[in-house]
Design a protein around this ligand. Structure first.
Ligand SMILES: C[S@@+](CC[C@H](N)C(=O)[O-])C[C@H]1O[C@@H](n2cnc3c(N)ncnc32)[C@H](O)[C@@H]1O
Ligand code: SF4
Length: 370
């Protein structure tokens, strides 16, 4: 039984809990998830608690700044079991006073009092997966909720939580700028503290890929992206990561922690973690597997995740998080060329993607990495 909380840490540290079950499989989604009814939630949560205990041995000096229940569909977990996990974490680790505890919810799981019960269980940030604000596109995306379900859930989330976020998928095939303008305006008017707006990608192995669904042409997709950024700026949302927008002080603490290269552990199938100790860097995977990473491997990951942030990567933080200098992983000739073409910019202490570079981040990374 673990009761030694260790020394109190000051840098952010997060715990991700992955719930891999869904009511149905959406045709665009390649996240690891299963459609199953015959599961024993109590047993799974007991296993998760064992995993938490294992990782505590490596991270007892950390102070938990965020917990994130992601999926799959974690709003299918009984709120009593959510509470059990949260209480276990609080008993086992030091936790920050203003700890962020998020949960992803689907509108079709919004049963009577669910959101109130989740709040009572300790969730203080609710992220709602709405995906589209019209019936036709909800059906195209294979969502099991209707627009009426979505609007009802939005209303309940906004009334129940002080910190909330909504996910939408845009740049759908054939989507016009004029229709997205109206949808985005409606989304911003709800007043969510945070919006995650992802352009549709067609992932290998998904139903959309099998049906050869095509993404929106590049030029229109860029127009939609630029409009989104300009419009949300006027609505007081800060564009702080490629697909994420927040009202002041409402960036997702948990996601920032990944992008800035801080330590976190992941519990559940397909969850992963990264732990840097004084002497080693570990990648953690399901059922307490630890695999050692070289500083170079971690450095490459940090370049990929760090450039997602509008503020980019600071050289000092980079070296602190992986043990080697940024210059060691980027190609200097390509860096110069990308700067000349105004895709990236760098100063004496940081490097970041420009507005021109952000939408083509993946291509830039391929060029930049040595
Ligand atoms: C873990 S997933 C799903 C969370 C939750 N189960 C739901 O469906 O709302 C997190 C988000 O990734 C986004 N997403 C998943 N697959 C995507 C794709 N192929 N293209 C764009 N966005 C995607 C969706 O907006 C989704 O809400
Ligand atoms: S998008 Fe969400 S609900 Fe749909 S399959 Fe993926 S995780 Fe499950």
């Amino acid at each position: 039984m673990i009761r030694n909380k260790g020394i109190k840490g000051t840098t952010p540290f997060g715990i991700y809990i992955h719930w891999p079950y869904c009511i149905s499989k959406c045709p665009y989604c390649d996240f690891y998830s299963q459609v199953r009814k015959d599961i024993n939630q109590e047993n799974i949560i007991d296993d998760y608690i064992k995993e938490l205990n294992f990782y505590h041995q490596l991270t007892s000096t950390e102070t938990v700044s965020s917990i994130f229940f992601g999926g799959g569909t974690p709003s299918l977990i009984s709120p009593l079991l959510i509470e059990k996990i949260i209480n276990h974490i609080i008993k086992t680790w030091h936790t920050q006073k203003n700890i962020e505890i998020s949960l992803e919810a689907n509108p079709n799981t919004d049963k009577k009092n669910l959101f109130k019960d989740l709040k009572r269980a300790g969730i203080n940030r609710l992220s709602l997966g709405v995906q589209a604000l019209n019936e036709q596109d909800l059906r195209f995306l294979g969502r099991t909720h209707s627009l009426t379900d979505a609007l009802k859930s939005i209303d309940t989330v906004l009334q129940t939580f002080e910190n909330h976020s909504m996910d939408l998928i845009y740049a759908r095939p054939e989507q016009k700028l004029s229709t997205w303008e109206k949808e985005l305006e409606q989304a911003a008017n709800f007043g969510f503290k945070h919006l995650s707006l992802y352009q549709l990608t067609i992932e290998e192995g998904t139903t959309f890929a099998k049906k050869q669904i095509q993404t929106l042409d590049e030029q229109t997709a860029r127009q939609l992206f630029n409009f989104t950024n300009n419009y949300l700026k006027k609505q007081n949302y800060k564009h702080y990561e490629v697909s994420n927008y927040a009202q002041p002080q409402y960036e997702s603490k948990h996601n920032l922690l990944y992008w800035q290269g801080n330590n976190y552990i992941g519990i559940g199938p397909s969850a992963h973690g990264r732990i840097k100790t004084q002497t080693h860097i570990y990648a953690t995977t399901y059922r307490c597997n630890l695999e050692e990473l070289t500083p170079e491997e971690r450095a490459e990951e940090l370049l990929i995740t760090g450039l997602r942030l509008k503020q980019g990567i600071t050289y000092d933080n980079f070296e602190k998080k992986c043990g080697i200098k940024l210059e060691q992983v980027i190609n200097p000739t390509q860096k110069q060329e990308l700067e000349r073409l105004k895709f990236i910019r760098s100063t004496s202490n940081k490097i970041y993607l420009t507005r021109k570079g952000l939408p083509v981040m993946n291509t830039i990374l391929q060029e930049l990495i040595r």
